[in-house]
Design a binder for this molecule. Structure first.
Ligand SMILES: NC(=O)c1ccc[n+]([C@@H]2O[C@H](COP(=O)([O-])OP(=O)(O)OC[C@H]3O[C@@H](n4cnc5c(N)ncnc54)[C@H](OP(=O)(O)O)[C@@H]3O)[C@@H](O)[C@H]2O)c1
Length: 96
């Protein structure tokens, strides 16, 4: 099982990544600009892998938002080993 961090998860291709990765049992940090509306949009996907969907507030144009999101992910993971999907570009990061 892998862990993923997906930006733009509220709709479009980001939302579809969330659905498919939860569907195969992976853990997903779904980064969205507006938490309230994302909860409604992504709620049904939570049922695919209960407990494995983590909603993170993130505006990629705001450095403070990026720092807060990074801290939030760091606190949730014992070992930082995750995959990043940013819009149509996928990059793999691994550190221990
Ligand atoms: N859809 C496809 O099949 C497809 C295929 C290949 C490549 N792509 C590429 O993938 C990218 C996304 O396509 P899409 O169809 O998914 O677009 P989309 O439906 O317009 O979704 C864009 C996403 O980016 C988020 N976003 C925009 N500005 C942001 C910011 N400053 N901080 C954080 N999130 C932000 C939006 O969040 P809000 O909901 O808050 O606005 C939304 O979740 C595009 O570059 C597109 O060319 C798409």
């Amino acid at each position: 099982m892998s862990t993923w961090f997906i930006t733009g998860a509220s709709r479009g291709i980001g939302q579809e990544f969330v659905r498919q990765l939860l569907g195969r049992g992976d853990t997903v940090f779904a980064a969205v600009r507006t938490l309230a509306s994302a909860k409604i949009q992504l709620q049904e996907y939570e049922k695919l892998s209960p407990g494995k969907l983590h909603l993170i507030q993130l505006d990629v144009s705001d450095m403070t938002s990026i720092s807060v999101a990074a801290q939030s992910v760091k606190q949730s993971l014992k070992v930082l080993k995750l995959n990043l999907i940013k819009v149509s570009v996928s990059t793999r990061y691994e550190t221990e």
